[in-house]
Design a protein around this ligand. Structure first.
Ligand code: KIV
Length: 266
């Protein structure tokens, strides 16, 4: 078993091998995903929505992130681990960005951090990468900007908006980013950016032209029923399986059929 590294990811892009990335937030799921061969585990700030029941990611804190990152790092042996920097943990100053990014590597076992945005965060990206912290960028629909974007909407539809995303992608690469998430952008734009960049692109709602794909784990297995975006493919309905299991347990306890003779100590 060879552990996935930033260099390994670059090589995967070079030889045309698609990169798989899924979010993880706890030990048990991280272990299962790692054993299933996922290349990158992202401890996404989406945990605010799918684990903590918040309406969006804005209230997620550094403490929340580090707590979940620690659990994930205990469960994974092969996958490359990326911790999502929460809203306002890297925007206030370059020094604050560096200090907070360092905590992901030093205190919670992550290998890299992810940040949302373009031009405005380049000095922070440069500082982090210059100090040995691998940075994954995130462009297109950036959920931490949801109030400015007017909700969770496809980005880069006009020529200007597409050009802005393209220039930001190149600038993130020039400032040291090792990979880039492209979320909810037209597939032709994602495809051409993926061709232009030397670093890998990981798409979510960005079509098959990216160098890899990412999904939120709860969407992939059908465990989050508040909203399912068009780009999600559900590979299971785990929510239904879990509900059935628990309803059967309730029934068995109520009617006395659990615990049975095989579950008791004689
Ligand atoms: O927070 C998250 O889960 C993400 C992915 C959707 C890319 O940023």
């Amino acid at each position: 078993m060879t552990a996935v590294t930033t260099l390994g990811l670059l090589e995967m892009k070079a030889r045309g091998e698609k990169i798989t990335m899924v979010t993880a937030y706890d030990w048990a799921t991280a272990k299962l995903l790692d054993e299933s061969g996922i290349d990158i585990l992202l401890v996404g700030d989406s945990l605010g929505m799918v684990m903590l029941g918040l309406d969006n990611t804005l209230a997620v804190t550094m403490a929340d992130m580090l707590h979940h990152c620690r659990a994930v790092s205990r469960g994974a042996k092969r996958a490359f681990l990326v911790g999502d920097m929460p809203f306002m943990s890297y925007q206030v100053s370059v020094e604050q960005a560096l200090a907070n990014a360092g905590r992901f590597l030093q205190e919670s076992g992550m290998h890299a951090v992810k940040v949302e945005g373009g031009r405005e965060i380049l000095p922070a990206v440069e500082k982090m990468t210059a100090n040995g912290i691998p940075v994954m960028g995130h462009l297109g629909l950036t959920p931490q900007h949801m109030h400015q974007l007017g909700g969770f909407k496809v980005q880069g539809r006009t020529q200007d908006a597409a050009q802005n995303i393209r220039e930001s992608a190149l600038a993130l690469q020039d400032n040291g980013a090792f990979a880039l998430v492209l979320e909810c952008v037209p597939q032709t734009l994602a495809e051409s950016i993926s061709r232009e960049l030397t670093i890998p692109t990981i798409g979510i709602g960005a079509g098959p032209g990216c160098n890899g794909q990412v999904l939120v784990f709860h969407d992939l297995v059908g465990l989050y029923d508040r909203f399912t975006p068009k780009f999600v493919k559900q590979y299971a309905q785990i929510g239904t399986v879990m509900r059935d299991a628990v309803q059967n347990y309730v029934r068995d306890v109520k009617d006395g059929s659990f615990p049975g003779p095989e579950h008791v100590f004689k």
